[in-house]
Structure formats: C-alpha cells, structure tokens
Design a protein around this ligand. Structure first.
Ligand SMILES: Cc1ncc(COP(=O)(O)O)c(C=O)c1O
Length: 456
C-alpha cells in the first residue's frame, strides 16, 4: 500500500465521499442537528458519555426507540442496527423475555443487596453454561476484569499481569500498556495516570508463544488476561496451536489464565471457550449477559477458590477491593436469568451464525469484485471488514491495518443507506432477530460504498 493511499483508495476520493455523505447526513437529520450539533446543554463535551462523540457522523443523532434489530431516530430515519450498543444489545433491543422480566421486577424493588430467587437460578445457570463452579456478579465487564485480576494476584501472591499488545479489557488501569520497540509503554491518551503502569504489567504480541514463554519465565506474573480472539483493534484470530501453547506455558509457570469473553460471546452459547474447549482459571463476560441491563459476571475454578479462601483467611478483615453497591441488584439478576434461560439459546445462536456467515460472504464478494486490498473476518455473530490485507497476526499489524479516514467515510455511506455499524473498527453484529433482508441491505450498502470509493 503506498503512503499516499489509505486502504488502497486515494485520500482525495475518500475526502470527497466523506464531504458529500456528511452533507446528506445533515440534510436527513434536521431535528438531531438542532439538539446535538452544538452539544447538549448540561453535559461536559455535549453528551452524557464522551464516547458518544466518537461516532464518525458530523453530530450524533438522537434515538427515538429501538426494537429487535431496528433503531429509529427522532428525525424518522430507521436503521438496521448492526452496532447493537457495541455488543450490549447483541441479542436485539429489549428482547421480549428480558422486557417481561424487567417489568415484573420493576414494581418489586430494584436493589436490596440481598439475593432473590432469580439470583439462585442464575448461579446454577452460569455454572452449567460456562462450566466453572464459582461466580460473582458485577456491573460492568471492566469491574469484573478488575476484580478477577485482584483475585489472581491474591491467589498467586504475584504482582504483575500480562496482556497482549493491542488488547482492550475495559478501563482497567494496568491493561493500558502496549509494546514500543519491544518494551512495555503506557498507551497514549490516558488521563490522570500517576502510577507507572509498566511496573504492573508485561506485554507481548498475540500469537507469539516464544515471547510469552520469555515473559512468563520470570514467574512474577499472576495472570495472563486475554480475549480468545482479539476483537478490539482490527480482529486478530489465534493461530493454530496458540491457545494450547498459552495454556501449557501458563501451567508450567504457575500463572493463571483469565479469558475475557465480553465480545467473543458472539461465538456460541458458552462463548469461544466452550466452543473450542479452552480451560481458563478465570472467566469474564459482560455487556449482553443481562440482555442490555448493566451487569457482568466473573467465574473461577475450585483451585482459584481454594487459594482465594487461603488469602482471605490470611488477610485482616476490611475492604476487599471487590464489589460495588449496585452489583447483583435484583433488576439485573431478573434480566440475566431471562437472558440465560430464554434469549441466549442454541437456536438463537444458530440463526446468528448462519446469517453472519452470509453477511461475511456478501461483503467479501464486494471486496473481490472491486479488487480492494481488504479482507473480512468473523467470529460467530461478529463480522468485521478490515481495509487492509489479512489475516492479521497481532496487535501491531492490527493497528497498522486501520484506515481511519476511509473507515469514517464507509461508515457514513452505510448510515445514509439505513445501516448502522459500530463506530469502532467496522464491527457488525448479527442478533437472533436480525432479518435476512437487513443483512442483504447491509451487503448492498457496502457494495455501494465500495463502488463509490473504488471507482474514479
Ligand atoms: C473484551 C472487553 N472486555 C471488557 C470490556 C469492558 O466493558 P465495559 O465497557 O462494559 O466495562 C470491553 C469493552 O469494550 C471489551 O471489549
């Protein structure tokens, strides 16, 4: 790829498409423009959460409502939603079983800091589904990862964690490191960071078992935390033998293994872990686990539980550093029970898998048709197009594969044709209620975008 192009497309053409699609977007959103273009009053940065500024459109549209796989804005535009709240609504917006459970619980008290019958059912459902015996409920996947890492340190008595370059596990301080010239460095952009995170973490490339072996040989790493597939840059799949090697090396060095399935739960009812027979010591899943209500879960083995018991017995009573007041509240557990029992079913996943396969094939056909140096990658219901050749092997390659200006333009073209994809790394999710016609619409919109960008 020449430095004057991005994803094989001349920058001037990308800029022209972005300009004309931005104008079209503004024309279609007069009411949203009025509400958000100058920032919503009362909010720092003009939005209730600053990530809402990270979308590629000129200003965010205001949502009127969403049902299943369809989202409508206050300007009356409708979108086939493939972003699905960046995975929080992976099973569709307000799945009926979850809405019913919320409605039932809504008048019976929302949070008591005591268990309910739903909590009792959820404990059993988690153990059955994910195959680990011990669970805790938290409010976000970030929290779940932080707590699980604390347990790993308590259980091993070791100070460090190991992450793969380019990872993301939520706003967990010590995961914000990356490789620069072969050494750990703090990731740019982190605000208010006072501790030197490189003292707390080691970082190596995904799919690099020799580097992993060297990093773990110091025997000061409590835990490797990883997604089974890296989804948070451009998607990176594990090479054959990588997971087996990772497990072997962690066992050999007495290091725990935490698998974060927050995104890869797209793979199947038990995540990538169950589908591929992985054997983590600790396991985290958040986002869609309660059908869109804020909740996450983290689980661990008998061995970790035993070591945790010993660590607790040796520690004076006080604050554990784990748990938050609203975690495992009655509303979240009612929603989680409904999700586990009635939404995250094998039938739902069969539909997601089939349609996501069709979607990926359709996108790849356009890439080939226009001779673009891009590729399409998928893990279960999660599909991404990457504006660079693939497959990508690690975080460094994934970072280099980003073509931000081109991705922004693509995003806007799709949006103006009624398809909403995630604002980050071209992610598209297929829900159990996504229609075949919606997937076809996205394939057609993608083809239109590729044609606009590829042709003179
Ligand atoms: C793999 C992974 N883990 C954890 C998180 C954190 O989730 P949350 O922002 O809900 O805390 C994310 C968020 O994108 C994620 O991708």
């Amino acid at each position: 790829m020449s430095p004057s192009t991005a994803g094989g497309i001349p920058p001037a053409r990308i800029a022209a498409v972005f300009r004309s699609e931005s104008a079209e977007y503004s024309r279609r959103h007069p009411r949203s423009l009025d509400r958000t273009a100058n920032g919503i009053a009362g909010y720092y940065d003009g939005v209730p959460m600053h990530w809402m500024r990270d979308w590629p459109m000129p200003f965010p549209f205001v949502v009127e409502e969403a049902h299943g796989s369809l989202l409508r804005d206050i300007d009356g535009n409708e979108y086939a939603d493939f972003c699905l709240g960046d995975t929080g609504s992976m099973f569709g917006h307000s799945p009926p079983a979850v809405a019913e459970a919320i409605e039932r619980q809504a008048t019976r008290g929302l949070t008591y800091m005591l268990p309910t019958e739903d909590a009792i059912a959820v404990g059993r459902l988690l153990a059955e589904r994910f195959g680990l015996p011990h669970w805790q409920v938290a409010t976000t996947a970030t929290d779940a990862n932080r707590f699980a890492l604390r347990v790993a340190r308590a259980a091993t008595g070791r100070p460090k964690i190991l992450v793969f370059n380019g990872c993301y596990h939520g706003t967990v301080d010590e995961t914000f490191v990356r490789l620069v010239d072969g050494r750990a460095a703090v990731r740019p952009g982190l605000l208010g960071q006072v501790a030197d995170l490189t003292q707390l973490a080691r970082v190596v490339e995904f799919n690099d078992l020799p580097a992993l072996a060297a990093a773990l040989s110091h025997r000061d790493v409590a835990c490797v935390i990883t997604e089974p597939v890296m989804t948070n840059s451009c998607m990176v799949l594990p090479e054959p033998g990588f997971h087996a090697g990772l497990r072997r090396l962690t066992h050999e060095t007495g290091t725990l293994l935490l698998i974060d399935e927050t995104h890869t739960i797209s793979t199947g009812p038990g995540g990538y872990t169950r589908a591929c027979g992985l054997e983590p010591d600790l396991f985290v899943v958040g986002k869609p686990i309660a059908g869109g209500v804020a909740a996450s879960v983290w689980g661990f083995t008998d061995d970790v539980a035993h070591r945790l018991d010993e660590a607790r017995a040796a520690t004076p009573a006080g604050h554990s550093g784990m748990g938050t007041t609203l975690s495992a509240n009655a509303l979240a557990l009612a929603a989680m029970r409904a999700t586990l029992e009635r939404v995250m079913t094998p039938e739902a996943y069969a539909h997601m898998e089939r349609l996501a396969g069709q979607l990926a094939a359709g996108l790849q056909a356009s890439v080939s048709k226009y001779g673009l140096p891009w590729h399409v990658v998928r893990v279960g219901a999660r599909v991404e197009f990457i504006c660079a050749p693939g497959p990508l092997r690690n975080g460094t390659e994934a970072e280099a594969a980003h073509a931000p200006a081109l991705e922004r333009a693509m995003h806007l073209v799709l949006l103006n044709r009624g398809c909403l994809i995630a604002p980050f790394h071209n992610m598209m999710l297929v829900s159990p209620v996504t229609h075949e016609t919606q997937a076809e619409r996205l394939v057609a919109a993608f083809d239109a975008a590729a044609a606009l960008l590829a042709n003179d």
